[in-house]
Design a protein around this ligand. Structure first.
Ligand code: MLT
Length: 260
């Protein structure tokens, strides 16, 4: 992986392929490794930039240490913009999974001129309902006391409908630092409603969801489609929350369709 210091934080990223610049933003509580099956299917046509969000994967460590406390999706979007500055990329396609989608929407809000097109994978425009928000803070407290294993046990089975993938996903979650998991939980809890933003988007948009998603119901994707006139919605039967892991070929085809 390569790194850049962005906003005082070491941001790690993998870059591969040639063609249209496409930033892939991972979800919670994962890192850029969630794109491993998808990347070889797109790198013939895309210059893939796959960061680890602050505090996740290999980002946020080094001399400055892991950023502590709450992050915001706007902070994470600013990290992406800073990374693009460092890579001298002005305008890019962005595709993002779940929490990554919240970050991508924050990016679209703050840097509309830099967004060429948007892929929204298993995500939603709505903010947390009060009970969900309270649950995030409760989970953050548990992680502080007991470690990331709490989240790994609870979430790994929900992240895929393919039970054979659960052990690998659990391992990926266990690699995440507690400070980063806590920071991301708080960022998700405090994220804004992005409904207005989606309705104003003028760029190509691809929405993708698994019909067997146990974390974010497919209705959230259908609602986003109704907000964005030009959006294309793809639903994958039998696929759960992580289409890039469960159905990489279909996911690559959908995201590649944004620019090819
Ligand atoms: C994710 O997969 O990124 C998260 O589960 C999304 C969420 O909890 O809202």
């Amino acid at each position: 992986m390569q790194t850049q210091t962005i906003n005082g934080i070491k941001i790690a990223y993998e870059r591969r392929g040639q063609g249209t610049p496409l930033v892939l933003i991972h979800g919670f509580p994962l890192d850029h490794g969630c794109w491993d099956a998808l990347a070889p299917l797109l790198d013939g046509q895309a210059d893939l930039i796959m960061p680890d969000l602050r505090g996740m994967g290999q980002s946020g460590f080094g001399a400055a240490g892991a950023p502590q406390g709450a992050y915001s999706v706007a902070d994470m979007a600013a990290d992406i913009a800073g990374l693009l500055d460092a890579l001298k990329l002005d305008r890019v396609f962005v595709a993002a999974h779940s929490m990554g989608g919240y970050v991508a929407m924050a990016f679209a809000r703050a840097y509309p001129q830099r967004l060429a097109g948007l892929g929204l994978v298993s995500t939603q425009a709505l903010p947390d309902a009060p009970d969900r928000k309270a649950g995030r803070y409760a989970t953050a407290g548990q992680v502080a006391e007991q470690g990331v294993v709490v989240v790994a046990d609870a979430m790994a089975p929900k992240l895929t409908a393919n039970v054979a993938q659960v052990p690998d996903i659990r391992e990926m979650i266990l690699r995440q630092p507690a400070a980063g998991v806590i920071g991301a939980l708080k960022a998700m809890a405090e994220r804004p409603d992005s409904t207005d933003l989606l309705a104003a988007l003028k760029v190509p948009v691809a929405i993708l969801c698994g019909q067997a998603d146990a974390l974010i119901p497919p209705d959230r994707s259908r609602e986003m489609k109704t907000l964005i006139a030009q959006a294309v919605l793809t639903e994958l039967p039998g696929v759960g929350h992580s289409p890039m892991l469960e159905a990489p070929a279909e996911t690559a085809q959908t995201l590649g369709g944004l620019f090819s």
